[in-house]
Design a protein around this ligand. Structure first.
Ligand code: PEP
Ligand code: MN
Length: 355
């Protein structure tokens, strides 16, 4: 993907802030929120026109008429405006109304047919487009959606992390699973990356903490749902904040320096490198031994997986880390990975000998 021409972030404000209501509800509501945000220096105004609601019967957006309200925001208040598009018709109508930036929502990113339809409708008009992560934690789907847009000639592409849905999750509406945006950054370092703490949190109380975490992970900006009367919002009422609350959140954010390449870190880095090397050496040693055990199991006609032994070793590892420095669940996860690799090695020993 060629991301050289991205200028979405030439708006002057760092981090980039996109704010506005979940949904455009009425002309008055849109103009009121936009005016309050404009007074407070926010440069990009969001409002959903077509709302993808999980269950029918919820507020599904005002539709096309809302685009003329966004056009007023742009003309009278000078804000950049952005909305979600999910079909070719949405793209055509949004562009005709002069919407400056489009975004593809999480449910659309999940569906390559829908993304392709949006991409085809965008052919020939190089408008900036943000792509939210798919609802499920699949980075290939996320990157795939951006590639479809890029192949259609869209060069100004950014990503928005809005968390991932999971059954039974209590704390977040959509769990952040930060490892995915981190991996996205590693694979596409030039890609602008925003965080949408509103849809991760599902409740306004968590937005500050999530925004700070995003800043600490070097995100380029935030999209935060903002409404003058959040309690009465027609969609996502629990997670929207007032313009004043938005400013309070932004003013509390601590901005840290991204690159720390000075001598203070040198000796720590060297120690870390040594530990990592040692970990890798020990892991290869463990796999060598696993293969030898595999050969013994084959000779004696034993099954590869020995559940009793597995439980004993797992519990010992968890107990050893009971000093609180590593979370027990993380120890279990690490050990499960190591163990599954040992099993894979032993299975390959069995197969290579034709057993
Ligand atoms: C939204 O931004 O209002 C929205 C519907 O977001 P998502 O696609 O992340 O659910
Ligand atoms: Mn919303």
């Amino acid at each position: 993907m060629n991301l050289d021409k991205i200028d979405i972030f030439s708006t002057g404000r760092q981090p980039v802030v996109i704010a506005g209501p979940c949904s455009a509800e009425s002309e008055e509501q849109v103009m009121q929120v936009a005016a309050e945000l404009s007074k407070r220096g926010v440069g990009i105004f969001r409002a959903g026109i077509w709302k993808p609601r999980t269950r029918p019967g919820c507020f599904e957006g005002v539709g096309k008429v809302g685009l003329s309200w966004l056009a007023r925001v742009k003309k009278e208040l000078g804000l950049c405006v952005t909305t979600e598009v999910a079909t070719a018709e949405h793209v055509e109508q949004a562009l005709e109304a002069g919407v400056d930036i489009l975004w593809v929502g999480a449910r659309t990113t999940t569906n390559p047919f829908a993304v392709q339809e949006v991409a085809d409708a965008l052919r020939g008009c190089d408008v900036p487009v943000f792509v939210k992560n798919p609802v499920n934690p699949d980075i290939e789907l996320w990157i795939g959606a951006m590639e479809r847009l890029n192949n259609a000639g869209v060069t100004r592409i950014g990503a928005i992390h809005r968390g991932f849905s999971s059954y039974g999750e209590k704390c977040f509406r959509n769990a952040p699973q930060w490892q995915l945006p981190i991996e996205l950054r590693r694979r596409l370092p030039g890609l602008p990356l925003l965080c949408d703490p509103s849809h991760i949190a599902g409740k306004r109380e968590l937005i500050l903490t999530l925004s700070q975490q995003a800043m600490d992970l070097n995100f380029d900006g935030l999209m935060i749902e903002t409404h003058c009367n959040p309690y009465c919002a027609l969609s996502d009422a629990r997670q929207q904040v007032t313009p004043d609350e938005l400013m309070a959140i932004l003013s509390k954010l601590v901005h840290r320096v991204a690159v720390a390449d000075n001598a203070d870190f040198q000796s720590y880095r060297e120690q870390m490198d040594e530990i990592d090397n040692e970990l890798m050496r020990l892991l290869s040693k463990r796999m060598e031994i696993a293969r030898e055990i595999g050969e013994l199991k084959r000779e004696k006609g034993l099954m590869v997986f020995q559940p009793l032994r597995y439980n004993v070793v797992m519990e010992r590892c968890v107990k050893q880390c009971a000093n609180g420095r590593i979370d027990a669940d993380v120890v279990r996860e690490i050990f499960e990975l190591i163990h599954s690799e040992s099993i894979r090695q032993q299975l390959s020993v069995m197969n290579s000998n034709g057993a």
